[in-house]
Design a protein around this ligand. Structure first.
Ligand code: FAD
Ligand code: NAD
Length: 459
């Protein structure tokens, strides 16, 4: 059904920031009969990040893993207002946010404000650079659709440029050196996808160059994937060895230059490594909007990693602001799994808050004989259960149709790696895609890749 009604002054207004895992999961579950709902996000779609590494080489098309936020809100019983805009300021005292339209069409940045009764912050995080010189300028990140497109373009540029006649062997070697910084799941999955592209497609289309393409991953810690079990770390490292992907552990990138990175080796010495493409995947840091908000609560917002919230996802220091996902600093890892469960939980909490508020106003007015019953109900409604995370396991693709999985199983956990795990990886991701439309698009992309190979044209 198409939602007809919009703003209802008798209902409280929830303003939701973001259209990522946390906010989208909240939007899907929130009851719009109980609240006016407004969404503000600079991108008008949800992005299924687990398949983003596959887009960097064309295994999956970016359009297959995005879903317009309006496709999601159209299923609500009352209309949800969606603004494609960036929230640039939160004023907790007056319960007002400032939003800016960053559209290219007008060439001007229009500003507006929105009032809220409740604010739900799901703006995620931005890429961590640790302030290392040159990263922003020369590195490619892997977080958004345009990042994957940029990587794909730059990769093909490096290969085509390496084929230009009359270049020195050193320059060809540099152009064909694909370097990844960060051995977390993002860096590992990108390296794995790049390896598959090299083996399946580039070797056919660039027979003279493919053999010279080198993939190197640099990780500051003693091993990659610190969140996985030892057995799966060993499995990943040996699979990478078989795939000719070099891993430099205990190696810290100190500076990024236009054509080389400067690394510190385990013995403390510095070394320059020339590169053609540099993918920077060293995790998350808070967005400026979040840091500004934290500065407005100097006593309660002291966590370094993001917004501090209580067990009900309420911002420490505020009754009307809630925060979830990567924007927060909690005991959980910054994952889609956590963000999605928090979004669903928060929608339930908002429903319970409505029930509580309704009972509260009824208790005072009901006849004496019904009051005790209503009060019992009210007590129950006031008992808001805290958020509890249920870990479904961790998965990571490692290349050559192999994946690893750490799955919680009873009191312990099960580690598995290999081709069967890859089949599980595929089915888990397909079943987690939000819409049937996206599911069919991704399955079609996988089939297309198997039959026709990946596309090597630049965008
Ligand atoms: P996001 O999903 O990042 O969404 C943030 C939203 O806020 C976006 O819509 C953004 O446009 C919007 N926004 C930003 N600034 C503003 C602003 N100022 N005002 C309003 N809106 C704003 N996790 C897993 O569990 N499993 C995986 O397999 C997995 N794979 C991943 C692969 C990659 C390549 C990456 C980068 C991450 C992966 N993750 C995975 C982690 C997961 O994507 C994040 O933990 C998750 O996206 C966090 O959800 P979120 O809603 O907090 O933030
Ligand atoms: P991460 O924080 O998991 O890993 C970053 C890695 O970069 C760390 O191992 C760190 O030691 C290394 N590093 C930092 N600075 C460095 C430097 N100067 N030189 C060399 N190495 C350096 O980051 P991520 O991989 O982007 O993941 C972010 C979040 O998203 C995590 O919670 C992760 O679990 C989640 N994620 C999950 C999946 C999956 O489940 N398949 C995929 C991608 C991301």
């Amino acid at each position: 059904p198409t939602a007809q009604t919009e703003y209802d002054p008798s209902k409280k207004t929830i303003v939701v920031l973001g259209s990522g895992w946390a906010s989208t999961s909240f939007l899907k579950a929130v009851d719009t009969d109980e609240y006016n709902v407004v969404v503000v996000s600079p991108r008008n779609y949800f992005l299924f990040t687990p398949l983003l590494p596959s887009c960097t080489v064309g295994t999956v098309d970016v359009r297959s893993i995005v879903e317009p936020i309006r496709f999601i809100t159209r299923h609500k019983s009352r209309a949800v207002k969606v603004y494609e805009a960036e929230c640039t300021d939160i004023d907790p005292d007056n319960k007002v946010i400032t939003i800016v339209d960053n559209s290219d069409v007008k060439g001007t940045k229009d500003e507006s404000t929105i009032s809220y009764d409740y604010l739900v912050i799901g703006v995620g995080a931005q890429n961590q650079t640790f302030g290392i010189k040159g990263v922003q300028e020369y590195g490619c990140f892997l977080k958004e659709v345009w990042d994957a497109q940029k990587i794909r373009n730059k990769l093909m540029d490096c290969i085509e440029t390496a084929g230009f006649p009359g270049q020195s062997p050193e320059e060809v070697e540099r152009l064909l050196h694909m370097t990844i910084v960060g051995g977390g799941p993002s860096g590992i999955e990108y390296a794995a996808e790049l390896h598959d592209f090299l083996m399946d497609d580039l070797s056919t289309w660039y027979p003279d160059l493919a053999g010279k393409i080198k993939i190197t991953l640099v990780e500051a810690l003693p091993n990659v994937l610190p969140a996985f079990s030892k057995q799966l770390i060993d499995y990943t490292e040996s699979t990478f060895k078989e795939q000719n992907i070099t891993i430099h552990t205990k190696t810290m990138v100190k500076e990024v230059r236009e054509k080389e990175i400067v690394v510190q080796r385990p013995d403390g010495s510095n070394e320059s490594i020339p590169y053609g493409l540099l993918v920077w995947a060293t995790g998350n840091t808070s967005r400026p909007l979040i840091r500004d908000l934290m500065n407005k609560f100097p006593e309660s917002q002291t966590a370094r990693r993001g917004l501090a919230v209580d067990d009900w996802l309420r911002l420490e220091g505020s009754e009307s602001i809630f925060a979830l996902g990567d924007a927060t600093a909690t005991k959980y890892a910054p994952t889609a799994q956590v963000a999605a469960q928090q979004g669903k939980y928060l929608a339930r909490l908002f429903h319970q808050m409505t029930v509580r508020d309704q009972l509260e106003s009824q208790v005072a007015t009901v006849p004496e004989e019904e009051r005790a019953k209503k009060e019992r109900k009210l007590q129950k409604a006031k008992d808001l259960k805290p958020f509890q995370y249920s870990h479904q396991g961790s998965l990571c693709y490692v290349g050559s149709d192999k994946a690893i999985a750490d799955l919680p199983f009873g009191p312990g956990s099960v580690s598995s790696g290999g081709v069967m795990t890859y089949a599980f990886w595929r089915s888990a991701y397909i079943s987690n895609l939000f819409s049937g439309r996206n599911r069919s698009l991704v399955i079609t992309d996988w089939l297309k890749k198997n039959i026709l190979g990946r596309d090597i044209s630049r965008e």
